[in-house]
Design a protein around this ligand. Structure first.
Ligand SMILES: Nc1ncnc2c1ncn2[C@@H]1O[C@H](COP(=O)(O)OP(=O)(O)OP(=O)(O)O)[C@@H](O)[C@H]1O
Ligand SMILES: [Mg+2]
Length: 324
């Protein structure tokens, strides 16, 4: 079944005809795969640690809870932490077993009680093996959200993954082209920070993104990194950009007052200046950073939490601003 090779095509030099063929086939799989997904939301930011993964995971869970078929792709190949945030951590061996089980389910559904002869059954197994030889089946959370991450393709959590240049783009492309999402209403893609190879590959592989969600905190919003990130997206001819200001305020547990610890209004002013859509702010809250320890996002753990409610409002705004 799936070859979890870290797909390295072309090492800067000439490609062999075989490599060229593989690359074209991958492009076809990618297009076919994305064609089954109605809306794509790319989450990014010029800065690290501002809450991209938190926002991506919560938005995906919120969409799923609203009844949309949703998937999340963790495009952070160095520090993939979406599975941890969603409580579905799994290493290579377990993941391979998971792949086998899903394949078995698909085949059994077709042949058990089908009245087919043994030969016909064997033929079906061979056909499906061929059909799914490149497929990587995403892992499903208890809520039904489909998840794909490099974290499933490594054999140890504490060993750093060392990528050489072209391998990196190959790996990301493979995650996008080979994950077997099936039909989805939404795919949310979480990016590593910055404007490097990885987010660039994601944007190039998903040219028809419905929205690029820029996540920032009020204290970094005016910094050049965020600006550069917006410019990069615009250079790719994507003009649907929304800004979320994370950790914008703290609600005082004693008096319920909103305290804008990093200053107020920066995000809105930045969004207006850059002519991108301001999608609002999110409070800083202990329950948000604690939720991965409870193996779920805050949106799933406590839908009535202030942050969960804000995520619902943001999703409604996204639908209104970008999808209608
Ligand atoms: N609104 C919030 N309130 C409290 N903690 C938060 C909030 N948003 C994010 N955090 C916490 O901040 C830390 C960084 O968040 P997260 O991993 O989502 O950032 P990131 O931008 O994806 O980081 P990286 O650039 O490393 O990928 C995490 O521990 C997360 O739980
Ligand atoms: Mg992250």
């Amino acid at each position: 079944m799936a070859e979890h090779g870290h797909g390295h095509h072309g090492h800067g030099g000439q490609m062999t005809p075989e490599q060229q063929r593989q690359m074209i086939e991958q492009e076809i799989r990618l297009a076919r795969n994305l064609g089954q997904i109605k809306h794509k939301i790319v989450v990014m930011s010029g800065k690290g640690g501002v809450g991209k993964s938190t926002v991506a995971a919560n938005i995906a869970e919120t969409l799923q809870a609203m009844g949309y078929k949703t998937g999340i792709l963790d495009a952070d190949i160095h520090g993939p932490n979406i599975p941890k945030m969603l409580g579905i951590e799994m290493l290579e061996e377990e993941f391979n077993q998971y792949q086998f089980n899903i394949f078995k389910e698909i085949v059994e559904e077709e042949i058990v009680d089908s009245g087919l002869s043994e030969d016909e059954q064997r033929q079906i197994i061979e056909d499906r093996k061929k059909q799914y030889q490149h497929s990587i089946f995403p892992v499903t959370t208890p809520s039904g959200l489909k998840v794909m991450s490099m974290a499933f393709l490594i054999d140890s959590l504490d060993r750093p993954i060392i990528w050489r240049g072209p391998q990196k783009t190959g790996a990301i492309k493979q995650l996008i082209s080979d994950a077997h999402w099936g039909e989805l209403d939404f795919l949310v893609i979480d990016n590593p920070p910055g404007t490097g190879d990885e987010p660039l590959t994601v944007l190039q592989s998903i040219p028809e993104a419905d929205l690029v969600l820029m996540v920032t905190t009020p204290n970094v919003v005016s910094q050049e990194d965020v600006l550069k990130c917006v410019k990069m997206v615009e250079l790719m001819n994507i003009d649907k950009i929304g800004l979320i200001e994370n950790m914008a305020y703290y609600i005082c547990p004693h008096c319920n007052e909103k305290l804008h610890i990093f200053g107020e209004g920066n995000g809105k002013a930045f969004a207006d200046e850059m002519e991108i859509t301001y999608l609002g702010d999110l409070p800083i809250e202990e329950s948000v950073s604690q939720s991965p320890n409870e193996n779920a996002t805050i949106s799933v753990l406590d839908p009535d939490d202030e942050v969960s409610k804000r995520f619902k409002e943001i999703v409604e705004d996204i639908k209104k601003e970008f999808l209608e």
